[in-house]
Design a protein around this ligand. Sequence first.
Ligand code: 9MR
Ligand code: ZN
Length: 545
Amino acid sequence: MKIHVDQLGYRPEDAKVAIVEGIGPFEGTFSLVNESDSTKVELSLILGSSDFYSGDVAHRLDFSHIKTPGSYFIEYYDCNPPTEPGQETYFRSDSFEISETVFRKAFEDLVHMFYFMRCGCALTAKYAGVYHHAACHTGKTLRYTDNALLPPMTGGWHDAGDYGRYTTPGAVAAAHLLYTFELFSDKCPTLVIPESGNGVPDILNECRYELEWLLKMQAPDGSAYHKLTTERFAGFVMPEEDTDQMILYPISSMATADLAAVAALASRIYRRYDAAFAARLSAAALSAREFLYAHPDLIDFRNPPGNYTGGYWDKDDRDERMWMYAELYRLSGNARDLAELTKLAGTDINKTALGWGQVGGLAGLSVLFAPSDTFPDELFHIFADAFRKRADELMEIGSQNGYRLAMPLEGFVWGSNMVVMDCAMTLLVASFLTGNPAYASAAEENVHYLLGRNPLNRSYITGQGAHAFRNPHNRPTASDDVEDPFPGLVSGGPSARVYDEPAKAAIPEGTAPMRCHLDDVGSFSTNEIAIYWNSITALVFAYFA
Ligand code: 9MR
Ligand code: ZN
């Protein structure tokens, strides 16, 4: 028997559920124990049934009525004497807090993480502490298409556990953070980064580091190169020791549209802090759009022979274009952008997804949170209906799920935690649209899942909770001399199909999806980190912080 809780805890006014995993019978007593004064409140078990996602028989303890801030845990005394030697009769959960600010530090760490991902500059001890390292990836750039040797294209964030820099996921990660700022500016943390104190909110200082690099990824004709990486992934070395040739791979229409969209979004946000930067962003957005006007067909990207870094292959660029038209219309009010947006929104493209490959939901955020006279009502309703419909499906799934996870089974792919957070954000948008707090409450259940209320009793954010994962597939973590990974890293999460050797060896075929995770540095398909997994998590956590 195990008692799973959110290892950070719960906010006083919110629903509070712990999950009890086990077959029973449960003839003993469950209590919520206040750690400061050892007072106990008895809790009654709500029996559940067997749950396919986890393979568990999962029950619930609901202590939503307890609202007093403090440290707590849940315990269980079995009233029957042990029937065999060594049999346990006492169980307890991890400790957790009830506090209004229980998620604030996690949110800060999730945003601070991007500083540690910076490429092309030294991370000094002043800002990076024990995780300091020398400047990396400062060599010249070889352009794939013509073998031209170009000046170094430094800057931006490393994508993930590898040291590649890729335009589409980079643009999406920056966009998540920019929308975080737009929607929750009052919650965005002050960080300790080199730019701190310059009068610009730190989340924007951090985003600018990526945006400056993204601008370098634009070709003179307005198109955007798909990625800048070495031919193959580096070994497990520190970034400054990865000195292989950086190659600028060909353009794609996805990269071009994403760059246009994020540049337009950024231009509107930075305008009041730095007009010149906003103008550069706006010019980049407009020229990328011109390029795509002239090239209406998909410009695909596949790794050329001999290249083995991430592909970020995406066979459909309509969602990227839809997002671009939404942001460009907000930037320039151009009638053609509205017409193109309306046309695409009328098709069956996914309008709620917020990941690197499907960005229809980013178009949704752009439309739904615009000043009310920006877009025609009809268009607003197309996106609003899509979010509401999807949120209703997710609510239903969450209410059936043993661990209250509002995510369909298909979500257990490589990077499932991104899907967990994507679903949470869909629910938050529905809550905003309808004023119905039940959606936000369902979204929070996904936060609890991420923070340890899951069958593995594992917090999927480093440094947060009693049993946070510790061995990310992340090159600096594996090659520095520091025991702990830096805080605020989100693990990719369980994947129903695993692709790496350690996970294949450790996770038997047929294991329930929620249990297909291995906290091992070699498990790139379940335990890597990535900027766009962190950024979507930051967006959701901002709401609860
Ligand atoms: O996040 C990506 C995931 O959705 C894909 O299934 C997977 C395989 O193509 O690739 C993931 O992205 C990786 C990228 O290709 C290279 N850098 C590390 C990324 C995270 O694992
Ligand atoms: Zn680097």
